[in-house]
Design a protein around this ligand. Structure first.
Ligand code: 8OZ
Length: 362
C-alpha cells in the first residue's frame, strides 16, 4: 500500500493479486458452455476483451455435476474443463489482466433434467425454493430437493477443495467462493432454507459452519491470499430469506476474518441486480470486521464507486452488466465516455452475438 490516496484508477493488491485499478468485473452467468460443460470456445476472447478490469471474476462455475442448476453453465471438475479454462487465463494474462474463478454449487436451485440420471438437487433441508431455473425446456420451477446427510458433507467440502486446485491448475490467480444469491452455501446460512437439527443448522454458529469449512478448505489448498468469498446479506434472489441478517453476517465475517490472510470479501448490497435499499442493513459495520480487501457491488456508477474507494470503505467496486456491453468499461469510466446499453435478449445462451461483438469505444 502507498500513502497516496486511493482512487478508482489507482493500483493495489487483493491478497496476493496485484491489480491495476479498483474496478472488478462481477461474475456473470452467460450460459454458453459446451455440452461437456467446458467453457465456450469464445470465452477466452470475451474475457481477454475485458482484461483492463483490475480483476475479472469469471462466471459462476460448478464444482461438480450435482452443483449445476442451469443449462450450459461451465464446470471445473474435468480435465477438459481445466484445459478450456487454461485458454481463458492464458489470453487474459497475455493482455495483462488478472482473473479468479467463482466456485459454485447451486444446491436446491436446480432441475432434475440438468443433473446426472436419477439425481435430485441437494439442500440443507428438503424444502423446495419458490424459484425458477432455465433448462432445455425454457424457464421451469426448480425441482424438490433432498436434505444432504451429515455424512455427505466431507465429500462436498472435498469437491470445493478439488475445484480450487483445478482452478489454480487452469492458471487462475485465485478463486471466489460463491456464498451468495440463494445457492447452496447461502441456503445453509439462512434460517428460511436451513431447518437442520445437526451441527450445520439451528444457531447462527451452526448455519455458518459450512461456509467456514469450505473457505478454510479452499484457503488451505490454494492459499488464503488467493481465496475470496461473495456474500449477499439481504438479497431475496432465489427465495433467499433470513429472519435477522445483520447478526448472521456479522458472525460470518468475524469468523472469515479469523482465516488469516484471506484475500477478499465481495458483497452484493441490497437485491442482486436491483434495489440497493430493499432491507435495512449496515454494510460499513460489516466491512469494519474484516482485515482483507473489500469488494463492493450492486448498482454502482462512477461517482458512487469513486466515493466508495476514496472514503476507504471499498478496495474495489465490481460492475456486472455494464461490463457485458462495455468491454473497455475502465477506459470509458476514466474518460467519461457514455456507456452502451446491454441487449437483454443475448444475455443467456447463444454464440458470439451479444458476447464478443460489443465494440470498444477507446
Ligand atoms: C443469473 C442467472 C443464473 C445464475 C447468480 C450465478 O445470481 C448466478 C446467476 C445469475 O449468482
Amino acid at each position: 500500500m502507498t500513502s497516496e490516496t486511493a482512487t478508482l484508477f489507482s493500483a493495489t493488491r487483493i491478497g496476493a493479486i496485484p491489480v491495476a485499478n479498483r474496478i472488478a468485473m462481477a461474475p456473470l452467468t452467460r450460459n454458453r458452455a459446451q455440452p461437456d460443460r467446458t467453457p465456450s470456445p469464445l470465452a477466452a476472447t470475451y474475457y481477454a476483451q475485458r482484461a483492463s478490469a483490475g480483476l475479472l471474476i469469471a462466471e459462476a462455475t460448478q464444482i461438480s455435476p450435482l452443483g449445476q442448476g442451469y443449462l450450459d453453465t461451465p464446470g471445473i471438475y474435468s480435465p477438459e474443463q481445466i484445459a478450456g479454462w487454461r485458454e481463458v487465463t492464458t489470453q487474459v494474462h497475455a493482455r495483462g489482466g488478472r482473473i479468479v474463478l467463482q466456485l459454485w454449487h447451486v444446491g436446491r436451485i436446480s432441475h432434475t433434467s440438468l443433473l446426472p440420471q436419477g439425481e435430485v438437487p441437494v439442500a440443507p433441508s428438503a424444502l423446495p425454493a419458490k424459484a425458477k431455473t432455465f433448462t432445455a425446456q425454457g424457464f421451469e420451477d426448480v425441482s424438490a430437493p433432498r436434505a444432504l446427510a451429515l455424512e455427505e458433507i466431507p465429500a462436498l467440502i472435498e469437491d470445493y477443495r478439488r475445484a480450487a486446485r483445478n482452478a489454480i491448475e487452469a492458471g487462475f490467480d485465485g478463486v471466489e467462493v460463491h456464498a451468495a444469491n440463494g445457492y447452496l452455501i447461502d441456503q445453509f446460512l439462512r434460517d428460511g432454507s436451513n431447518k437442520r437439527q445437526d451441527a450445520y443448522g439451528g444457531s447462527i454458529e451452526n448455519r455458518c459452519r459450512l461456509l467456514l469449512e469450505v473457505v478454510s478448505a479452499v484457503a488451505g489448498a490454494i492459499g488464503p491470499e488467493r481465496t475470496g468469498v461473495r456474500l449477499s446479506p439481504t438479497t431475496p434472489a432465489n427465495d433467499a430469506h433470513d429472519s435477522d441478517p445483520q447478526p448472521l453476517f456479522r458472525h460470518a465475517v468475524q469468523q472469515l476474518d479469523r482465516i488469516d490472510g484471506l484475500a477478499f470479501i465481495h458483497v452484493i448490497e441490497g437485491a442482486t441486480g436491483g434495489d440497493r435499499d430493499n432491507l435495512p442493513f449496515d454494510y460499513p459495520a460489516l466491512r469494519a470486521l474484516f482485515r482483507g480487501a473489500w469488494i463492493a457491488n450492486n448498482g454502482y456508477d462512477r461517482e458512487r464507486a469513486e466515493a466508495a474507494v476514496e472514503s476507504g470503505y471499498a478496495d474495489m467496486v465490481a460492475f456486472g452488466r455494464a461490463f457485458i456491453a462495455n468491454p473497455d468499461l475502465v477506459e470509458r469510466l476514466h474518460q467519461g465516455i457514455a456507456l452502451a446499453e446491454v441487449d437483454q435478449d443475448t444475455l443467456y445462451g447463444g454464440g458470439a452475438h451479444g458476447y464478443t461483438d460489443y465494440p470498444s469505444a477507446t
